[in-house]
Design a protein around this ligand. Structure first.
Ligand code: AMP
Ligand code: ZN
Length: 449
């Protein structure tokens, strides 16, 4: 039985879906730049959530959004639009920027062997639904208009501060003097922005008689309404989303439907690199391609992420990644040994059950990995482990092909004839196939290197 730490109740809870299909929504990327390894860590954690639900026998419908419009550089309603910023930086159109970085995200998503969402929802495809959502919120009395947009009046939603335990008085005190004096409360946020005369903004839609674009929190409420229906079962995102973005999603959905947005909420923590925040100024904004240049595959990184817990603060180091790469190689070589054994019968019953049961306890993959390290496993166990973690252990560790097998026998024959020169030559040749041969009293054993 799956237990999830629910951010909404701040408790570990037994998971029970509301209906036949588990409805899941994940806040996705803003497609204006390359995603770094910190961003991908989140999608790796959510992949384990999806795979665990599937292993537990649930049917899942999962939606992920691409923010391709209207996400300003700050969580508030100030600053530049991220897409416009990307377009200005590269001399391309906002649409080209969104397409290029969206495709790059999907390429990495696949390289990480992450289960693809059932729906990838582009925010720009939901503009009409956004307008309907704002109409509903306005009819219900939750909005007001200012010179620069339609704002959500957070004082109208009694539970606004509950989800994140916000200190609204503190927020009020901290609000910058003179900043957007038309706002009624410091925590109010734009659900729709009007484009001011002279303002450059390529993406624009007419609404309320003026050109404008949706506020960035709106798309998630709208997409969930259109694609899944409230309440959904599980909503996932980064811990940074709790105080503003998710708090606002909950408020919008309540205003437009009178319903709860999600029954369970899961948030992952940030990873640091060598103890530092990931930031351009520190030059540590690594992509998966940067890791590949240093000899690490996406699977090595995925396994590193799953060696820890989604709620923990994780510190990434290249030494840690190298140790994980070695651990994955050891696992692949245990599979190689199984290929060389005559029997593939299950050696120990129930190891995978134990692995699944610790993962079902709020995704304790670290403990599951220790069980895998110390237990004898059958090929069946490895197949299930691969299905649960998606680490491509078996795919990346195929049984050797005929050419390699012939070389191994030829080398053995050479050794028996005391032709050590030839045997050494073949050893080198095998290396080019990524295979090492070790001689044991019962004959040679090959391994991946
Ligand atoms: P984006 O909207 O595409 O810029 O994605 C930003 C999201 O990625 C944030 O909201 C976080 O949830 C997540 N994120 C950013 N940095 C990190 C990090 N260092 N570790 C984990 N997640 C991160
Ligand atoms: Zn969202």
């Amino acid at each position: 039985m799956l237990k999830i730490y629910n951010t909404a109740s701040r408790r570990l809870e037994q998971f029970k879906p509301a209906g036949e299909v588990v409805k899941i929504y994940t806040c996705g990327p803003t497609v204006y730049n390359f995603q770094h390894i910190g961003n991908y860590a989140a999608y790796i954690y959510w992949d384990l959530l999806i795979r665990t639900l599937k292993m537990d026998g649930y049917a899942v419908k999962r939606v992920l959004n691409f923010t391709d419009v209207g996400h300003l550089v700050s969580d508030g309603d100030e600053g530049e639009d991220k897409l416009e910023k990307g377009a200005a930086r590269e001399g391309k159109s906002v649409y080209e920027i969104a397409k290029f970085y969206g495709d790059d995200f999907l390429r990495n998503f696949r390289a990480l062997n992450l289960i693809e969402p059932d729906v990838i929802a582009h925010a720009t495809d939901y503009i009409e639904a956004d307008k309907r959502a704002v109409d509903k919120m306005t009819e219900a009395g939750f909005t007001y208009e200012t010179t620069d947009g339609v704002y959500f009046d957070t004082s109208k939603f009694e539970r606004y501060a509950d989800f994140a335990k916000l200190d609204l008085e503190g927020l009020k005190a901290g609000a910058r003097v003179g900043f957007n004096s038309e706002k009624h409360n410091a925590s109010d946020f734009a659900v729709w922005k009007f484009i001011q005369p002279g303002e450059k903004h390529a993406m624009r839609w007419d609404y309320l008689g003026r050109p404008g674009y949706p506020g960035w929190h709106l798309e998630c409420s709208t997409i969930i309404h259109e694609e899944l229906g409230e309440p959904i079962d599980i909503h996932t995102g980064g811990a940074d989303h709790i105080p503003v973005h998710h708090t606002n999603e909950i408020a919008q959905t309540f205003a437009m439907t009178g319903r709860e947005l999600s029954r369970y909420w899961m948030h992952c923590n940030f990873i640091t690199i060598d103890g530092e925040k990931i930031s351009k100024s520190l030059g540590n904004v690594y992509t998966l391609d940067d890791l590949a240049e240093r000899g690490f595959s996406p699977m090595d990184f995925k396994m590193w992420v799953l060696s820890g817990h989604y709620q923990g603060t994780r510190n990434f180091t290249f030494e840690g990644l190298a140790a994980t790469k070695q651990r994955r190689l050891n696992w692949r070589n245990r599979i190689a040994l199984l290929y060389q054994k005559a029997s593939t019968a299950s050696l120990v019953d129930g190891v995978f059950k134990e692995v699944l049961s610790v993962v079902n306890n709020n995704f304790n993959s670290a403990e599951a990995f220790s069980i895998i390290d110390t237990s004898e496993l059958s090929m069946e166990d490895w197949k299930e482990i691969d299905e649960l973690f998606g680490l491509n252990l078996i795919n990346d560790s195929p049984d050797v092909n005929d050419a390699v097998r012939d070389l191994i026998s030829e080398r053995q024959a050479a050794r028996e004839n005391k032709d050590f020169a030839r045997s050494d030559e073949i050893r080198e040749e095998l290396k080019s196939f990524g295979i090492a041969v070790e001689d044991t009293p019962t004959g040679p054993i090959w391994q991946y290197i």
